[in-house]
Design a protein around this ligand. Structure first.
Ligand code: ZN
Length: 295
């Protein structure tokens, strides 16, 4: 099972989060049938959204959206406070050659564009507060650097973000996935940032560690080196969508009677696909007729 840990380090000068998301990304790749490079991009953003969601308190739903100018077109990841995430890429078949170093060339699929982080709250209680939206231009397209840039520019939090997805050629394609988020709190000693940079530069990549069985705590040890930390919370993570047949029905009902009647006469039914998880909901004419006069 995937897990995330949340902790503090260096006498509360640093906030740390890390996650193993192999199962989450396996599920997302299975549902969306993404190309290898699109899988890497989607997996990194799903992991990044789960890490960000664990670092904020004031929201019910956190969405990270990349509006990409490159062939991928866009990526969306939506996380809640309980460790659930769902998401998709707009063009799942877009792919790119491996880079010179043999890495997935996520940045060329993303191209330029914008990264938006949207935090919404209150809708579960029927309140419609304005969402809090932070937006920054894409600076690297590799996603981890873009999330770090967002945290610095939009939240004034200097951070180190590591995200990785390792794939294989055979199903379920995802061998390892995970990430680390390290945030310097106000007043943190500058020396700590340099130490962490050095440690990260000299330690194996997160996906190498996860493939060898590393837990989120092991990832923190690798990223922090000599700096001591304390785990405050551990939570399970999963790819989970909140769509349902009932939600599909009410979306169709909201289209109005005229639209529903034409679905009955012209198509003899309706099929709805959830963009977030690729689940398909089919309604026959009798089920559609039952929705008439409801809106
Ligand atoms: Zn769904």
């Amino acid at each position: 099972m995937d897990q995330l840990v949340l902790g503090i380090a260096a006498d509360e000068q640093i906030r740390v989060m890390s996650a193993v998301t192999t199962e989450t990304v396996k599920e997302a790749v299975k549902r969306h049938q993404t190309s290898p490079t699109a899988s890497a991009a989607m997996g990194r953003l799903l992991t990044g959204a789960q890490l960000l969601a664990s670092s904020f308190k004031d929201f019910d739903r956190l969405t990270v959206r990349i509006d990409a100018e490159g062939p991928l077109n866009g990526i969306v990841a939506e996380a809640d406070k309980r460790g659930n995430v769902r998401g998709y890429v707009k063009n799942p078949s877009a792919d790119a050659e491996l880079s010179m170093k043999g890495k997935f060339d996520v940045s060329s699929l993303v191209g330029g564009g914008m990264l938006h982080v949207i935090r919404e709250s209150g809708f579960d209680m029927g309140l419609h507060k304005d969402p809090y939206v932070g937006s920054v231009p894409i600076v690297s397209g590799e996603i981890a650097e873009d999330i770090a840039h967002y945290l610095l520019k939009s939240e004034q939090i200097p951070s180190a973000v590591l995200l990785g997805v390792m794939l294989t050629n055979t199903e379920p394609f995802v061998e390892a996935s995970g990430g680390v988020l390290i945030q310097m709190l106000p007043g943190a000693n500058d020396h700590l940032a340099t130490m962490i940079e050095d440690t990260i530069g000299n330690s194996p990549h997160v996906t190498e560690l996860i493939r060898e069985g590393a837990t989120p705590e092991d990832l923190l040890k690798a990223a922090l080196g000599e700096i001591s930390f304390e785990v405050l919370e551990t939570r399970p993570l999963a790819f989970k969508c909140n769509c349902s047949f009932e939600r599909a029905e009410s979306l169709i009902a909201a289209l109005g009677d005229e639209e529903i009647e034409s679905m009955i006469t012209e198509d003899d039914g309706a099929v709805m696909n959830c963009g977030f998880c690729s689940s398909e909901y089919s309604l026959d004419s009798a089920q559609l007729a039952a929705l008439l006069n409801r809106s």
